[in-house]
Design a protein around this ligand. Structure first.
Ligand code: ADP
Ligand code: MG
Length: 255
């Protein structure tokens, strides 16, 4: 049983000459516990698809089609019905962690707020320390006392992942979670995500344009081209015998 089932997902934005579709009849399934890589070149519609799935596109976007998460139709779901899912069952990690964190609150304050929302029974300070330790932050006290701008990109990214893990979500949607980071930090963060998957079976949709990321962590890859999925396959098959010429071209261009 897939936990996430996307079909016929179409997203358009209002353009000069009428609505301009950027995601076209998108369809794929993710099984529970699967780490699925969504790959494709810049501008192919990966981020817009993630935002649509997570219900985060504003009124400027016209969204149609089906996104079933654990049997719940997310498209058209009322904001009050979506709110309890967000963070608790579906968490997002963005490429730009520093932009997604609140610049005028310490990490401690922000994490405690997320904990208060999604794990009200937990002791905020203790859980915040535990999670920051899990994401590989060494000086936890300094991190807690800092504002986002005082921390490196890698640290902010770790904080964002810690924050996404607070509610033990069933699905994490990570949009280029490591693109802005150096290679060593990238590898650490990706390994951490895999560890979480092994620990409690979280399903992950990881968007990337880097096939190295897919090879390192994903079970399967879905290839997006010009607003559509052109292929979804187990990662070994995708890397060794890609079915679609565009996938083959992506793989041939791998460094
Ligand atoms: P990717 O993440 O694969 O690089 P995106 O999903 O960000 O691509 O963008 C897909 C297309 O949608 C691009 O052509 C982009 O310009 C367009 N787009 C994204 N957001 C908006 C928006 N808010 N309004 C209009 N067009 C948008
Ligand atoms: Mg993007």
């Amino acid at each position: 049983m897939p936990i996430l089932s996307v079909s016929g997902l179409t997203v358009s934005f209002e353009g000069d000459g009428g609505p301009l579709p950027v995601v076209l009849d998108l369809g794929f399934d993710a099984d529970a516990g699967e780490i699925l890589g969504l790959v494709g070149e810049s501008g192919s519609g990966k981020s817009v698809s993630c935002m649509a799935i997570a219900g985060l596109l504003g009124a400027a976007a016209e969204v149609a089609g089906d996104v079933h998460f654990d049997g719940i139709q997310l498209i058209g779901l009322a904001p009050e019905a979506f709110r309890p899912l967000r963070g608790k069952r579906i968490a997002m990690v963005f490429q730009d962690a520093i932009g997604a964190l609140n610049p005028i609150q310490t990490i401690s304050r922000q994490l405690r707020e997320v904990i208060r929302l999604h794990r009200p029974e937990a002791r905020g300070g203790n859980l915040a320390r535990e999670l920051l330790g899990q994401v590989g932050i060494e000086d936890v006290e300094r991190c807690l006392a800092s504002y986002p701008h005082m921390l490196s990109g890698g640290m902010n990214q770790r904080v964002m992942i810690a924050s996404a893990l607070v509610g033990n979500p069933d699905l994490i949607i990570a949009d280029e979670p490591t693109t802005a980071l150096d290679v060593t930090t990238q590898a650490q963060i990706l390994d951490l995500l895999v560890e979480k998957q092994r620990e409690y079976g979280v399903t992950m949709l990881i968007v990337t344009h880097d096939l190295g990321v897919v090879a390192r962590v994903c079970d399967a890859a879905a290839v997006m081209y010009a607003g559509r999925i052109v292929e979804k396959a187990p990662v070994e098959i995708f890397l060794e015998q890609p079915a679609h010429p565009y996938s083959a071209a992506l793989i041939a261009a791998m460094p």
